[in-house]
Write a protein that binds this ligand. Structure first.
Ligand SMILES: [Zn+2]
Length: 139
């Protein structure tokens, strides 16, 4: 009598590597679609952005400064380093609205609403702060 034989199921769907490549391509396409600082905001010469992320316990998890020149792609986002493992803060919209109004500085805060990695009822709750200052050519 033949023993019970379970056929090994082949994994369907894209492999991990394909997904990674795809994500890379999507990021590239997004960057291209985003345009450069000067093409999006005529007159904008430079932009510097300070991003910092603080955990719900008040620990600074990440802090960085990004400087964009006129020809750099306009994209301002940062991955959440918190316990969610998947959050992402995108400040591009906020900054672009301010630049369209030719504001030279501004700041905003956002908190991560992703659930904690591994489940549970809690949300990540990391708070990201974005501060920018922009330089415009005199018009
Ligand atoms: Zn998070």
């Amino acid at each position: 009598m033949p023993g019970f034989y379970r056929k090994k199921r082949r994994k369907v769907g894209p492999s991990k590597n394909d997904e990674k490549v795809l994500r890379g391509r999507q990021a590239e396409a997004e960057t291209r679609a985003a345009g450069t600082l000067s093409s999006r905001f005529p007159g904008a010469r430079a932009l510097s952005v300070r991003l910092s992320i603080v955990s719900p316990q008040g620990v600074v998890l990440d802090e960085r400064e990004v400087s964009l020149g006129a020809d750099d792609p306009f994209q301002i986002d940062i991955d959440c380093p918190g316990r969610c493992g998947s959050g992402n803060f995108d400040f591009s919209d906020f900054v672009s609205e301010a630049l369209e109004r030719r504001e030279e500085s501004g700041q905003v805060e956002a908190s991560c609403g992703e659930p904690l990695y591994g489940g549970g009822p809690d949300l990540c709750g990391c708070v990201a702060r974005c501060e920018f200052s922009a330089e415009f050519a005199a018009s």
